[in-house]
Design a protein around this ligand. Sequence first.
Ligand SMILES: NC(=O)c1ccc[n+]([C@@H]2O[C@H](COP(=O)([O-])OP(=O)(O)OC[C@H]3O[C@@H](n4cnc5c(N)ncnc54)[C@H](OP(=O)(O)O)[C@@H]3O)[C@@H](O)[C@H]2O)c1
Length: 356
Amino acid sequence: MKSDQIETMKTALVVGANGVIGRNLINYLLTLSDWNVIGVSRRCGDDTGRLRYVPVNLLNEDETREKLGTLTEVTHIFYAAYQDRPTWAELVQPNLSMLVNVVNAVEAVAPNLQHISLMQGYKVYGAHLGPFKTPAKETDAYHMPPEFNVDQQLFLEQRQPGSTWTWSALRPSVVCGFALGNPMNLAMVIAIYASMSKELGLPLRFPGKPGAYHSLLEMTDAGLLARATVWAATDAGCANQAFNITNGDLFRWNELWPKIAAFFELETAPPLPMSLEVVMADKEPLWKSMVEKYGLENNGYKDVSSWRFGDFVFAWDYDFFADSSKARRFGFHDFVDTEKMFMDIFEDFRQRKVIP
Ligand SMILES: NC(=O)c1ccc[n+]([C@@H]2O[C@H](COP(=O)([O-])OP(=O)(O)OC[C@H]3O[C@@H](n4cnc5c(N)ncnc54)[C@H](OP(=O)(O)O)[C@@H]3O)[C@@H](O)[C@H]2O)c1
């Protein structure tokens, strides 16, 4: 490596390295020659040339300070860790604490810390509570707490003045990409549900609320989100700003569902509302038999099941989209065709032998 290249090298601390967002962000950063990457989560991964992992439980303040308090080289923190909890209120404490623990540990030792990127979502707009104002805009007023995304942003806003770093916040829609063992993975929900429907000789039925089949929504491809995240973290014009990040198109399940069925060589049948968490609870033996029959990677049923998240998304019988023109106005012009995105991800799952 040339000396001028070494001088311009940046070091990304990707927090939540095994998540659907963090994992795809790391993959993207490694395609860029001027980044070293440190991945942080409780689980590790394989260290390679410019990537190393630091396993840490971020809920433990002392452990976080001990493990991250030596990382003097960090220039950018990309925060995409997430602790799931059964209620919206219970999400606040652990998710705010993890961010605070990371910032406290790294800021104290990293003199060249330039940026902290925060991964958020439409919970900022109350999208999880019910029909919210669409298209949601970054300038929309906050809603009644508890809401951890907002608390995390307020923490950065209050901490930033007088520091060496700026922050940015990314607000994607549902994020689709490869990951295992994460609670929110819609592409995996659909792929496993469709594969099991096929194994049982069933047509592909939309399992959500009747109105959800017809509502207008959008997705965010994990690769596009990674590109937007790095853009916002490195473009000076994006300092201390939040951005909605979406594929750029809208769709309704009633149009997309038959195309998904066709990918899996399935017929569709009229929608039937059911809780995936309930009806898929007894399907572990079926999954195990499919892993054996089709020579799939030996992924445990838990690692490919985000049924509760599927129930959540398929219950949106209201429009679910945001205005992503601010990112475009600030210079991010990337887009992804959502139908192609789903098919590409399902094909990727096949290549990785996650599904038959
Ligand atoms: N997925 C979506 O569709 C979506 C959509 C919009 C917004 N978002 C937001 O984006 C953020 C990230 O979501 P995600 O879906 O990428 O989450 P995820 O797939 O569940 O990943 C969470 C990451 O955090 C790590 N983690 C969890 N607890 C930890 C702990 N105690 N210590 C260290 N690491 C820990 C996990 O790895 P280990 O298990 O190895 O620790 C994992 O790497 C969240 O704020 C979420 O609300 C997600």
